[in-house]
Design a protein around this ligand. Structure first.
Ligand code: KGJ
Length: 427
């Protein structure tokens, strides 16, 4: 086996020259960045870290320094995307040199090693940056790269005066990481069920992040939660003889807000997704999930008729046989199957979920926001264009009424409240 570290050590100056030139070429005029000398020094330090890991045959040694780089950049107010760029550009220069110097199996192994080391470094970078962002309430550095706040009724009440609920009552938290707004759902007790409080919290968070010029939104559950969201808050569903998913339902308002948000909204899914939460995930523009993710659409467990707009969302995203299997069985679809069925764009290992999603978001954040907003709106308008004659609408709505006026619907709600399986009679 050729000594990869010798190949890299030999190419040190060329790799660094290439990486520094590529970074300079990609600079935006309004980017505040350090001097060319400082940049060269940083890239060289990073190169030597990679080289050390190659020599050791392990990525371990890049973890702590990457965390320190993240902390330094956070304190200086530098965007995460800018720092990640250094890793990406260096990796590309390394690949070119390794690829040009080695062949066959040796090249494959060497590229795998370099990939693994740089990937581990980027993960550590993103983790530290995001962890710092979610711990602090102040903006880092002078450029205000990050900002965290509670959103929703609890936050509004906080600012209204001392009688409002305590900060810990908030079920939604927001943070800006560079130009990416992250919305974290954290109603652990109720498994992020979506009632008025949660829905309005997310809508408020979207408004606040929009005001901060977020170019991409990431919607996620709090770290450690095994349920991404348990769907509509069943306690807030009407007890019969009223449309349970009418136009003014808070979940419906939330879905419209996500679809209308003039920038990409990415669902980052760790854990299970139930009922209306699947509608929320499918209303996002992209879905990134890890292997713990599972997706179920469960109105058949409650005897509930799904609404027409919701069915159209599903029809716009998935083949009808998939929709039927999911609605008729109400069974969770595991992550692998979800990728096969195109419910998710990317399925990534759990320890890469955050960094992968942030990197994807950071890429979109560098593109033209106007072109993206316009394209999103065009796709919404065109995919929503389903002319339905009044007669057809009334027929479908009449069918729904049969279900929500039935004893089965009341039985579904009672069974959930009493924590027992429902006994449906079909009437
Ligand atoms: N609505 C209201 N409360 C909920 C919900 C919900 N969707 N999900 C969970 N909770 C409450 C439970 O009643 C418990 O309350 C608590 O959250 C923890 O749940 O007993 P309490 O503490 O007062 P649990 O069941 O003890 O937690 P896990 O064992 O971790 O199970 C998590 C599950 C998500 C698997 C489980 O809670 C569950 O099956 N929840 C219902 C999921 C579901 O079917 N959602 C779809 C709702 N329907 C729709 O969204 C729509 C629009 N639809 O058409 O059907």
């Amino acid at each position: 086996m050729v000594d990869v570290s010798a190949v890299l050590a030999d190419a040190e100056d060329r790799v660094i020259d290439e990486a520094v030139a590529a970074l300079a070429a990609g600079d935006q005029p309004d980017q505040h960045w350090h001097s060319p000398e400082e940049r060269r020094r940083d890239v060289r330090q990073l190169f030597r870290l990679v080289l050390r890991c190659v020599r050791e045959g392990s990525a371990e040694s890049i973890v702590a320094p990457s965390g320190r780089i993240a902390a330094h950049c956070f304190a200086a107010g530098t965007d995460l995307a800018q720092v990640q760029d250094e890793f990406n550009v260096l990796a590309e220069a390394l690949w070119r040199h390794v690829g040009g110097s080695l062949a066959g199996e040796q090249r494959v192994q060497a590229l795998g090693l370099v990939n693994g080391i740089v990937g581990t470094g980027k993960d550590a970078l993103a983790r530290t940056y995001v962890a710092l962002a979610s711990r602090t309430r102040t903006r880092p550095g002078e450029q205000a790269a990050l900002h965290e706040e509670d959103s929703g009724p609890a936050a509004a009440a906080d600012s209204a005066g001392p009688d409002g609920p305590a900060e810990s009552d908030a079920v939604v938290r927001t943070v800006m990481v560079g130009q990416v707004g992250i919305i974290t759902l954290e109603d652990k007790d109720k498994r992020n069920a979506i009632g008025a409080r949660m829905a309005h919290g997310i809508v408020t968070a979207l408004g606040s992040l929009r005001a901060q010029n977020a170019r991409v939104i990431v919607l996620r559950a709090a770290p450690g939660m095994k349920v991404w969201s348990a769907g509509h808050d069943i306690d807030e569903l009407p007890r019969g003889r009223r449309d349970p998913l009418g136009y003014d339902d808070p979940l419906e308002e939330l879905l419209r807000a996500v679809r209308a948000f003039p920038a990409p909204v990415v669902a980052m899914v760790h854990g299970t997704v139930w009922g209306g939460a699947l509608d929320l995930v499918l209303s996002c523009d992209l879905v990134v999930a890890d292997e713990t993710a599972a997706f179920a659409i469960t109105p058949a467990n409650l005897g509930m008729p799904y609404n027409i707009t919701g069915l159209l969302h599903f029809l716009g995203r998935l083949p009808i046989n998939v929709i039927k299997e999911m609605f008729f069985t109400a069974a969770p679809v595991d992550a692998r199957m979800a990728r096969e069925w195109r419910i998710v764009n990317h399925l990534v290992p759990w320890d890469r979920l955050e960094s992968f999603t942030l990197e994807l978001a950071a890429t979109m954040a560098t593109k033209s926001p106007l072109a993206i907003a316009v394209t999103k709106e065009q796709l919404n308008v065109l995919s929503d264009y389903q002319p339905v004659a009044a007669q057809v609408y009334e027929r479908v709505q009449g069918l729904r009424r049969q279900a929500y006026d039935s004893s089965d619907y009341l039985e579904g709600l009672s069974a959930f409240a009493e924590k027992r399986p429902p006994i449906f009679r079909g009437a």
